[in-house]
Design a protein around this ligand. Sequence first.
Ligand code: NAD
Length: 487
Amino acid sequence: MQINETLIRSVVEQVIQQVRHSASPTSNGAASPSTTGSSGPRGHSGLFDDVDSAVTAARHAFEQLQKRPIDDRRKAIDIIRRISISQCVELGTMEMEETRIGRLQHKIEKLKTLGEKTPGVEFLKTECYSGDRGLAVIEHAPFGVIGAITPVTHSLPTITGNAVSMIAGGNTLVVNPHPSGKKVAAEGVRRFNEAIRSEIGIDNLICLICEPTLETAQQLFKHRRIALICVTGGPAVARAALNSGKRAVVAGPGNPPVVVDETADLDLAARCIIQGAAYDNNLLCIAEKEVFVVNSVFDSMMAAMERAGAVRLNAPEVDRLTQAALQRVGEGADAHWAPRKELLGQDAWKLAEAAGRKIDPRVELVFGETTSEHPFVQTEQMMPFVPFVRCPNFETAVELAQQAEHGYRHTSIIHSRNVRNMTIMGRTMDTTLFVKNGPCMAALGLGGEGYLSFSIAGPTGEGVTTPLTFTRERRCSLIDDLFILGR
Ligand code: NAD
């Protein structure tokens, strides 16, 4: 009886909401077709022009979801996974055409793999303690509406992974996507919402600001009905989230170093470095960004890289590429190197061309020798050129790797057969992800064990985000009356 009443109430609410929407498609701040670049109905499918309307709709969706069984969450995330897999070619191509960074094959692969490897409601295991004094049950409850900020490097994949984890945890979300990836973000969100609504009758589980700006991001940070924020991006947005005054899950920047010692299998190391650093043209935050090699195997390692198919640039070519690819930005204490937009996420042949060399367009990675102070070492370049630094010994290599990582504690990688060296580097770097003898993506379950998410929260400590990241602990205690009576 109780269940029937709840069900009926929720169906009635749904019908009222649908009637409201169809009577006035943009009256609640829903985005107009011209602003999103996405076809299909507006407002019914998570697309909004302003933060307040989006948060209100997401809150309404949350209240409906709360009344539903966990199986409805399972159905919703199965739909997101299914679309992510079955429409990966179309959506990946859209993302490539809009953002114009990275590699099409990997845009498609990221969506497909997310559909396959993102954890769901099975992560929400209830803990239980029983004893003389009764029972304590610890459950994982949702926060409510989560504000998500997503990067241009994986616009729809980050939204997809966030949506699966957050909805599995019982939440709904409002996304402020990167402006340069907003169209594919809107199209993906529209498709997810439409399919979810037709399956479980709830709209707007995932809401999106169709014209995102820094102001809309700030409004999301400050909105009183946003219970938690989850930010995936570079240093500026990570700082903004940490200063927002709201609880934040911060998946910030990285500059992952690789150390190669004298015991490493150099051919394997070369293949792994190319696989990780060239993936999506080095856009992954976990991707190999600079390599420190001990002197005794430095020349052999450079030869191994060439054998594995990467092209070595000489010193003048590295200089020309540096001029073309990096620039000084910021002032005073904030002055630093940053990648130039024109070469960020571009193919290796374009970097070689900027360096003054014509190479086979099928080459995935270019590399060259630099000093450890070189801007390519110290900057998160996000392009398929990797600097190699010659180090007198293993200890120096680790020390320089630690400096280049800038304390982000994001990702580091070692190629070695010496367990002691692995332990020393692991302890020194203290990164959220530490990979031994594999490409970076092994740490996200791609060719290694574990599960996948594109939001890896280093600064706030949650690590690779899962549905549990987006839940609160709730304890329910039953006191054994026999115990009390016995006293
Ligand atoms: P970005 O920092 O330029 O933008 C990320 C998002 O933050 C965008 O939506 C942007 O509009 C917003 N933003 C930027 N500055 C802001 C501010 N001051 N206030 C509010 N919002 C702001 O990053 P990007 O170029 O889109 O992505 C690449 C960066 O993201 C790299 O640094 C990479 O390491 C990082 N990243 C980290 C992870 C992770 O899991 N840790 C995953 C992917 C990318």
